[in-house]
Write a protein that binds this ligand. Sequence first.
Ligand code: MG
Length: 251
Amino acid sequence: MRFLRYKSSGNVYYGWSHEHLVGHVDGNIFGDFRRMEANMDIDEIKLSYPVLPSKIICVGRNYATHAAEHGVEVPDIPMLFLKPPSSIIGTKESIVLPPQSNQVEHEAELAVVIGKQGRWIKPDETDDYILGYTIANDVTARDLQRRDGQWTRGKGFDTFCPIGPWIDTEFDPADALITCKVNNEVRQMASTRDMVFPVSHLIAFASSIMTLMPGDLLLTGTPAGVGILNPGDKVEVEIEGLGILSNTVMK
Ligand code: MG
C-alpha cells in the first residue's frame, strides 16, 4: 500500500493511493486508520512530503563506491549524523541554494520510515518497526561540510531534504536500482544490495543509541556519482518499485 499526504484548501491530509487514484485516510497511519474511497486523480491533487519525522537519521559512506570517490575508507561501524526536520520538502518543490555555499550536491538515497517506537531493536526484528520506504535526496553543501569538519551546517539548510512522493509499505529494499538524473542526464545508478550496512543493521544500530519514533526517517546513504546542482536544474531520484522524487533547484 502507498500512503501520501496531500494539500486541500489550505490543509494537509493523509491519503492512500492505488495506481492513479487517491483516497483520504481517516485516523492515524501509525495506528488505527480507515481508508476511504479512492476518488481523486493523483495528477489533480497537490502532494506534500509524506511524513514529518521527529528526527532524520542519516548514514555516511554506506556505499563503498561513494567513499572511494571522496578518497575515504568505508567505516567499520555505521557513521551516523542527523538532518533537522526543517530541511524537509516534498516532491515538485524547490531546493534553494544558500548564499553561504558554492558547491551544493545531490545524494540519491533510499529512506526507511519507522512505524513503531523502539529501542535496542534486534536485527531480526527490525521489520516489525518499519512502516515502509520512501525516496530521499540528502542535499549537501560539500564545501561547508569539508570546511566545518562536522556536518550540521552542510547538511542542515532548509530544503536540503526532499522526500517522497509517498511511503510504500510493501517495498523490498534488498536489490532495488537507485538512479539520480539531473536535467535527464544520469549521474548516479546503483543497487541497494551494494550497501555496506543493510537496513536491518542500520535500524538495530541507530536504536541502540536513540529511541526511534513513529515517522522517523532513516536515510541509508548514497552511491557514487554525487555532483553539483545549479539554479534551474531539475533533479530526479528514482528507485525501482518506489517511484520518482522530482525537484527543481533555485537560488
Ligand atoms: Mg547522504
